[in-house]
Design a protein around this ligand. Sequence first.
Ligand SMILES: [Fe+2]
Ligand SMILES: [Fe+2]
Length: 364
Amino acid sequence: MLVGDPHCRPEDDTKHEQDVIKDYLSLQYAALEAAEPDLVVLMGDNAGGNTPEEVRETLLRITQPYVQTDTPFTFILGNHDLQYAGMDLKTLYRIYASLPGIIMPEDITDFGDFRLSVRDPETGDPALELLCVYSGSNAEARDYSVYDYVQPEQLRWIKATTEETTRRCGHVPTVVFQHIPVPEEYALLKESAPFVMLGGGVAGQNETRGKFFTKRKGVEGYFGEAPCSPGYNSKEFEVFKETGSVFAAFFGHDHLNDFVGMHDGIILGQCKTASFNVYGDGLRQGVRILDFRQDAPFVLDTHMLRYRDLLGKKCRSLSGSIAVLHDKTSMKLHAFGRVGIAAAVIALPPAIIRAAKQYRNKRK
Ligand SMILES: [Fe+2]
Ligand SMILES: [Fe+2]
């Protein structure tokens, strides 16, 4: 079960903050009951705090549903986690390692990447490998990329790790979890005319600003914002292909998107936010379920479990009308809103002049 962008803040007793965490926890408990997952993955931008103790407290709060249901969990970091925590990678990883119920190997690279192996219970051989990759924060050279990209050393690690498994056991199905999506997500989209925003298209941002996009045929799920992948392509996707083992990669970071599609033989999928603490689209918030079967390697089933499907409209942090309004639309409503404002700006001055003339004529 993938949990996108929890963005949990330290304990705060304002009513809204309390409501936000209650809604997050309600969603987690309902999803755990519905899916009974073997493993939960926090997809980055997980938790903040001003001190190491505060970060740990926040993490304990958001992981409490997994501990209470005996569901193991693991994580990747997002671009905000080190910023929130104000500490280095090693210190933050030590805090994660101290959490009850966490699955985390000792063998972690200096860049924060690690591998988890799901083993065949009879032979002990790996049946599925999960690569948890840290995609950094903001790019140092911001003139060519707003967000960071996976570094050459990390790409060498992905290659070496999969090659080592392949040498021992042949190609083992491998899935990558990473916060910032690879630029190839744009291959699941097609460029469109601006007016498609009224029909479900979205405007580009950062490096794709000025362009407009819709989903390509065959891409499933919700497309609400242009992917915020790095502007610089470090060829990570090419490395996925070269391994012959990576057959799927799932990402967080874009809070609205939960589309999934196939590009060049590899499944690329988004996991939207499960939080009510950040921008989102009402009751569509949810978690993504991945189903793997040992008798069908290199295949997976996936679907979203949304707040509205699990819990209906009983939401504390979004009032009824706001929740429904958000839920209908997000970006589409913004587009309609802009058209409405433009129409009002054009129509209003002549209407005011007409009304003023009528008033003057009446007084005459
Ligand atoms: Fe985020
Ligand atoms: Fe992010």
